[in-house]
Design a protein around this ligand. Structure first.
Ligand code: ZN
Length: 382
């Protein structure tokens, strides 16, 4: 694909893909309550990771008409062979046993009920098909509406609402099949992308970048000094941002370090782990983004992709727990991917942008400049 400076697809380019499956919305985390098991003093309530934020995004695409400008695909579920490229057989066996029984917990805060494994396999299947279609040139770019999310899942356990590592499974498969070489994975979910980091920490061919709220979840990972190991040293970049980062801080982090670092790595494909929990309305994150910010980051990555990876870009849905606001952010991202004129009004966008402390703050600048200087000093920027 070719693209202009705006990052928008050029006329005549293949369409933007939209990968989804109704079964993904049927994953049931069970009686988890908002963030932990209901108890004597925690009134039962739907889980934070409910189908609503994702289903409402799909519905909004239908209502706005944007979905009619997308190449819509409903691919098959991931196979056991696909999953074993990342997950251990023992973990997959345990998931299958739980799914046949009464459900269970994939590990650390990854509860599921019977039927959830089928949803999780379909979720991974969306990422697989989206990566394959873009890597092999069938689509300009693609959005995969994955649920359950995947970026916390590790090889031998689920974590943080994630059962299967959608992106690691998809990227490992595409690389194993020779569909793509170097891959950069950018995770802007408000939580650390520990799953990708763990999957590729010693792989020099896959660059993992995570922009997240410091010390939110998981507590023990996501620090700047985690930079990969062995041959993969220098191919993991964490930006653990302080709570309260808004439009200025995210733009500065992207332009000052994230985008130059990915550009220097020169990937053949960029995959975004796209959570919306850095939005100002999210119950689990403490950041301040609006829908325009997610669209702007998408356009920034599209422009970079146009120069380094022939436009090849896959966006995979991760977290985002504001049922009302995440769909508006998602629509803005997909509109940008498609280069579409179809927009929906975001009644909160301008008010959020006008909040105090949206501009880059001195302590945020100091942190980002420090990381940039260290990354450059290691010879990892052009
Ligand atoms: Zn998250």
């Amino acid at each position: 694909m070719t693209a202009g400076d705006s990052g928008a697809p050029a006329a005549g380019s293949p369409a933007a893909g939209f990968f989804w499956h109704e079964r993904c919305f049927w994953h049931d985390p069970g009686a988890i309550g908002v963030f932990s098991a209901p108890g004597e003093f925690l009134q039962p309530q739907p889980a934070s990771e409910s189908p609503e934020s994702k289903r409402r995004l799909k519905n909004l695409l239908e209502v706005s008409g944007l979905i009619d400008e997308l190449e819509v695909r409903k691919p098959p579920a991931a196979t056991r062979t696909d999953l074993e490229r990342f997950h251990t057989p023992r973990y997959l066996d345990a998931l299958e046993a739980g799914d046949r029984g009464r459900g269970g917990n994939g590990g650390d805060c990854a509860p599921y009920m019977p039927g959830s494994l089928a949803a999780a396999r379909h979720s991974a299947g969306l990422a697989i098909a989206a990566v394959e279609a873009v890597a092999t040139g069938g689509l300009a770019n693609a959005y995969a509406l994955c649920r359950p999310p995947g970026h916390h899942a590790e090889a031998d356990r689920g974590r943080g609402f994630c059962l299967l590592g959608n992106i690691p499974v998809a990227v490992r498969r595409a690389r194993a099949l020779g569909q793509v070489g170097r891959v950069a994975i950018l995770d802007w979910d408000v939580h650390h992308g520990n799953g990708q980091q763990a999957a590729f920490h010693d792989d020099p061919e896959v660059f993992t970048v995570s922009l997240h709220q410091a010390g939110n979840y998981p507590l023990e990972t996501g620090f700047f000094d985690e930079q990969g190991t062995g041959a993969g040293l220098g191919t993991n970049l964490n930006l653990p941002l302080p709570p309260g980062c808004g439009l200025g801080a995210y733009d500065y982090a992207m332009t000052r370090l994230v985008l130059p670092a990915i550009e220097a790595f020169a990937p053949e494909l960029i995959v975004v782990a796209c959570g919306y929990d850095a939005c100002a309305k999210d119950p689990l994150g403490k950041m301040l983004l609006n829908s325009d910010a997610f669209a702007a980051m998408t356009r920034q990555v599209m422009t970079l992709a146009a120069s380094v990876s022939q436009g090849r870009l896959v966006v995979v849905h991760e977290g985002g727990y504001s049922e009302g606001y995440a769909p508006l952010c998602g629509h803005a991202v997909i509109q940008a991917l498609a280069g579409s004129a179809i927009t929906v009004p975001d009644p909160q966008n301008d008010e959020i942008a006008a909040w105090a402390y949206q501009a880059l703050q001195p302590h945020q600048r100091a942190l980002i400049d420090g990381w940039r200087d260290a990354w450059a000093a290691a010879g990892r920027l052009r």
